[in-house]
Design a protein around this ligand. Structure first.
Ligand code: SAM
Length: 259
């Protein structure tokens, strides 16, 4: 019997819908010797079925009471517990190509996704429960209202697919927002490689600085019309019309001009 009271500050909404738990585990497809890291195992909704399929499971959890609870479970001997804040966790400390899974604390999901991008070449795939609105921004195509900086930056690293929508009632306590499960698979270089990632990232940020302005305006200190045209971008376009690969191209073009 679980007596843990959900802590808001740790974004604790525990999944209890058995059909959704089964859908997520099926999507993850754990094989006995896979290296899997679960972020925020909580009371074990995903942890337990994952442990049934795996020889061992790394878990990263911040809440000490939750860790104490996990250590008492029948599957505890399969767990390798990393106690602490996942935003500080060095994923390279888990050797090998990893699958990463989690029903994430929504309050840290954006910084966490950006942090995980840094480890893309060590990752096989990731499956996350997130706020539905965030998933829609991640997978958004150019020209849609949801397409923005988050989508461009994550699509640079990952192919992403929304797998299922999850209503608030699937959790206890029920969150105020809808949720969705998304799959991310690293896609090294398919849309090009930024020669200077920091420049690419800053360029994308600037392009979306004022969504309603044209790129000529937002990028006026970065690129002239010829730079834009040479990379297939019309100066009158807005940032939301430009696919990620053209931001990569433009960034590389601008860097090579300044050497
Ligand atoms: N996986 C469980 C489930 O599906 O029921 C719990 C999910 S709950 C939304 C998020 C979990 O992440 C909680 O266990 C919470 O304590 C943990 N958590 C919150 N912030 C964290 C952080 N910064 N680092 C590691 N774990 C964190």
């Amino acid at each position: 019997m679980n007596t843990h009271r959900a802590r808001k500050r740790f974004g604790q909404n525990f999944l209890h819908d058995t059909r959704i738990i089964a859908d997520i585990v099926r999507a993850v497809r754990p094989q006995p010797h896979d290296i899997v890291v679960e972020i925020g195992p909580g009371l074990g909704a995903l942890t337990e079925p994952l442990c049934r399929a795996l020889a061992r499971l790394h878990v990263c959890e911040i809440d000490r009471d939750i860790i104490a609870h996990l250590k008492k479970q029948s599957y505890a001997e399969k767990l390798i517990v990393h106690a602490g804040d996942v935003l500080q966790f060095d994923f390279s400390s888990v050797a090998g190509k990893k699958k990463i899974v989690g029903n994430l604390p929504y309050n840290i999901s954006t910084p966490l996704l950006f942090r995980l991008s840094e480890y893309a070449d060590e990752i096989t795939d990731m499956h996350f429960m997130l706020q539905k609105e965030v998933v829609e921004r991640m997978v958004a195509a150019p020209e849609s209202n949801d397409y923005g900086r988050l989508g461009v930056m994550l699509q640079y690293f990952f192919d992403m697919e929304k797998l299922l929508d999850v209503p608030p009632e699937a959790f206890d306590p029920a969150p105020k927002v809808d949720s969705a499960v998304v799959r991310l698979i690293p896609q090294a270089g398919r849309i090009g490689t930024a020669q200077d990632f920091a420049h690419f990232s800053a360029l994308v940020k600037q392009a979306f600085h004022q969504r309603r302005k044209t790129l000529r305006n937002n990028l006026k200190d970065w690129a002239n019309e010829d730079d834009l045209l040479a990379n297939g971008i019309s100066p009158q376009q807005r940032a939301e019309a430009v696919p990620p690969e053209l931001y990569v191209r433009l960034s590389n073009h601008l860097i090579n001009q300044n050497v």
